[in-house]
Design a protein around this ligand. Structure first.
Ligand code: HEC
Length: 414
């Protein structure tokens, strides 16, 4: 806890904003994404023609939110519900299905939107046998036949009419986290489970191993191009073509973090968006080989990173050290006559405990604790400050990116 006092103000700010969303979900229209305690499912929405600035729809306990790279999530519909399941139609991201519970805890069945989530209609209030409406905790739509929809409730639930009527079918392996229908037919389903990745070819009557490991597999996603992606704990993100299931490991550098949701840009399967166990959103633009944080991703273009490096080396490095190692790297609690010396901004100390917004405030306004950290808002434009923050974040590991800001508390020691 050597640098404790430099953390103080941002922590208080985050605490308040988190509380606001939690205490008053009906009133708050937007809040920091890092304040959202649980993201159940996501869909990617690259529908604004903004290739480097995707957004994500989040199924949360506070309804449906749209997350932007600014670190802010905004409510996109008046729907007040605990949304536990969300899926978009393959190739038609404006068409969505969700499931969950209403505020009084009654099952929602399945609801449908045709306008990207702004308005919702009841779609399925009954199962085929006349039983109670479903409250699914995961939903996925087949890319072979959009009428074939799979869901998880107590067991495997299937719909053959686009999500209108549901039938419990077969069984699921114990502790199944996510399921994904095949890209080849409507009999095969993959399941990410506590004991590995499983596959059924008979709609859940029997299951077999689809990956040679029984380590927990936290998510599986089958893309429209036939690529199966799965996150295997201890191994990382693995991928194979569904036709031969020859697996390769795409990225192994998640340290102790793991992914819980993966979705692809409907127009470009190389652009992926995922959530980590911490709730952080991560993105990849190379099909899953490398990942970075979604927060600030709109500032991480090659040109902007080059500009950030130029500013860092020209202005910040004199105090914060080469590659952000700090002014007195061997002694992070070192002081000068004004206060703490310039801290490391690389992965070593706690720079990543601050959100982009908190770091931006310090760079814009300076620090009241040490007058040597002056305000840079009159020296550099808003865009320049965003660029230098994007550059500083290239010093951080994926683990730190997934633990950035208000989430870091839950990551310490894990
Ligand atoms: C003249 C020395 C100096 C220069 C130049 C300087 N800083 Fe600082 N910076 C400091 C000091 C000293 C602190 C510690 C202030 C404190 O204790 O709150 C600091 C703190 C910070 C912090 C807060 C870190 C944390 O973990 O709480 C950030 C972020 C930061 N500086 C970014 C920058 C950036 C970006 C630049 C270049 C645009 C820059 N600094 C230039 C001296 C400097």
């Amino acid at each position: 806890m050597r640098m404790k006092n430099t953390c103080f103000i941002p922590t208080i700010l985050l605490g308040l904003s988190t509380l606001f969303l939690a205490a008053n979900p009906a009133l708050s229209q937007s809040a920091p994404t890092e304040g959202i305690s649980k993201i159940h499912e996501i869909t990617s929405t690259w529908d604004d023609g903004a290739a480097i600035a995707p957004s994500a729809l989040l199924a949360t306990n506070f309804g449906l939110l749209r997350a932007l790279p600014s670190g802010v999530s905004t409510r996109i519909s008046g729907l007040e519900a605990v949304v536990t399941a969300l899926a978009s139609l393959p190739g038609e991201p404006q068409k969505l299905l969700l499931s969950g519970y209403s505020k009084d805890k009654t099952a929602l069945g399945v609801m449908k939107s045709e306008d990207g989530g702004k308005t919702w209609q009841d779609f399925s209030l009954q199962t085929t046998n006349g039983a109670e409406p479903v409250a699914l905790r995961s939903l996925a739509i087949s890319s072979v036949d959009p009428n074939f929809v799979v869901g998880i409730m107590d067991g495997l639930e299937l719909s053959r009419d686009g999500g209108k009527t549901w039938q419990a079918s077969g069984k699921l392996p114990e502790k199944t986290f996510k399921i994904a229908p095949s890209s080849l037919d409507t009999n095969t389903i993959f399941a990410a489970t506590m004991t590995g990745l499983k596959k059924t070819t008979d709609l859940g009557a029997t299951w077999s191993d689809a990956y040679p490991s029984t380590e927990p597999t936290t998510v599986v996603s089958v893309l429209g191009n036939g690529r199966v992606l799965a996150f295997v704990f201890g191994t990382g993100l693995v991928a194979a073509n569904e036709s031969d299931l020859k697996w390769q490991t795409l990225s192994a550098n998640f340290e102790s973090r793991y992914l819980l949701n993966i979705d692809a840009n409907p127009n470009d399967a190389n652009q992926l968006i995922a959530t980590a166990d911490t709730g952080a959103i991560l993105i990849s633009s190379d099909g899953g080989d490398s990942w970075t944080s979604f927060e600030g991703s709109d500032n991480a273009s090659l040109a902007s990173l080059a500009r950030g490096k130029q500013i860092f080396e020209g202005t910040c490095q004199a105090c914060h050290g080469t590659n952000g190692i700090g002014e007195d790297p061997g002694n992070p609690s070192a002081r000068d006559e004004f206060g703490f010396k310039a801290p490391a901004l690389n992965n070593d100390t706690h720079a990543w405990h601050h959100s982009d917004a908190a770091i931006k405030m310090t760079v814009q306004n300076g620090s009241s604790r040490n007058s040597r950290m002056v305000a840079f808002k009159d020296t550099f434009s808003d865009q320049d400050i965003n660029s230098v923050i994007a550059y500083i974040k290239t010093f951080w590991t994926l683990n730190s990116l997934a633990c950035q800001g208000g989430r870091h508390g839950g990551c310490l020691g894990k």
